[in-house]
Structure formats: structure tokens, C-alpha cells
Design a binder for this molecule. Sequence first.
Ligand SMILES: Cc1cc2nc3c(=O)[nH]c(=O)nc-3n(C[C@H](O)[C@H](O)[C@H](O)COP(=O)(O)O)c2cc1C
Length: 178
Amino acid sequence: MINELIEKRFSPYSFSDKEIAKEDLLKLFDAARKSPSSYNEQPWRFIVGTKLNKETYNKIYDTLMEANKEWANQASVLILTITANEFSKNGNKNNHSEYDLGQAVAYLTLQAMELDIYLHQMAGFSREKAKENFNIPNDFTPITVIALGYKNEDDKKPEKGRRNIEELVYEESFGKNK
Ligand SMILES: Cc1cc2nc3c(=O)[nH]c(=O)nc-3n(C[C@H](O)[C@H](O)[C@H](O)COP(=O)(O)O)c2cc1C
């Protein structure tokens, strides 16, 4: 049996109207802040739009591709995730900044599950539009949009295929198990 928060997580396509309290939203970003990162650079940045702050919410929503627009407007919060392309201390390329952002979002996700808040991450959005809408400088890259909220009661976790451990984890050489 693995961690129950991991077991219950899935990416819903429908959300309830219930707003997320500001203090709970802050807990999610605090969890992300505690994530490890290469050279402790903490390259992730988040732009947060809530239905109480429609202007930012709409500007994030505007970047989504049509298929995601169809359902993502139910979420009470939309988050644009961004990462730094370079290390702040020397300007060298940070080859692990997307990895670090992903891990920070994993931390945020588990903290959210603890509070019964569900995420649906999306690659289907326009990076160019996001850069334009939020004046994102060229040394930062928008990576995903996250729809976040309480899920609908009747939205149940669907059965989704997962690769077998043997396909993902090798003991001898790449692709090879004993
Ligand atoms: C980086 C990333 C990008 C994704 N992009 C989209 C997307 O644009 N639209 C969508 O409906 N789902 C998107 N997903 C959700 C995945 O399809 C989903 O996580 C996967 O099918 C596994 O399902 P589960 O999260 O419910 O376990 C994305 C997930 C990740 C992590």
C-alpha cells in the first residue's frame, strides 16, 4: 500500500463552485517553496488567478487551447507556472529548472490532496500569449497552466493505464532486467 494521498489523486475534468480560502492557497505555495532544487535556485514562479480576481484568471484562461477551455473554467483557481532559464547568481543555463518546477508542483499537489483540493495540469496553452499577457521576461519560460479546485462529488477517479514497474525500472542496463 502506498501513500493514500497519492492513491486518491487524479486530474478531474469538473470542479465544484466552492472557493479555496486564501490561507489554504498559501499553504500550497508554501509546500512548493519547501521543495528541493538544483543549487537551491528555486527557479519556479507562479501567477495565480482566482475567480475573486477575475482579471488575472481571465488572462490565464485566455492562453488555453480550445479543448482545455471547455472544462477549465469550472476551476476556482488557475495558475500559470513559469521557470527561470538561467541561474540567478552567474547567468549560466539551468538545465534542471523544469525538473525543479515539476517537483515543486508535486509538493504542491500532495499538500493540495491533504486539503481535498485537486489539480489538473495542462501543457495545452500558448506560451507566447502567456508571455505577452503577463510581461514575462525572456529569461523565464511559461511551462504549464494548472486548474485547481474542489472536485465535484460525483467526479470519480477513472481507471488510467500505468506502465509496469519493469518497463520503467532497470536492474542491468537500459531496458534490461535480470
Ligand atoms: C505536464 C502535463 C501536461 C498536461 N497537459 C494536459 C492538457 O493540456 N489537457 C488535459 O486535459 N490534461 C493534461 N494533462 C493531464 C494528463 O493527461 C493526466 O495527468 C494523465 O492522463 C494521467 O491521469 P491522472 O492525472 O488522472 O492520473 C497534463 C498533465 C501533465 C503532468
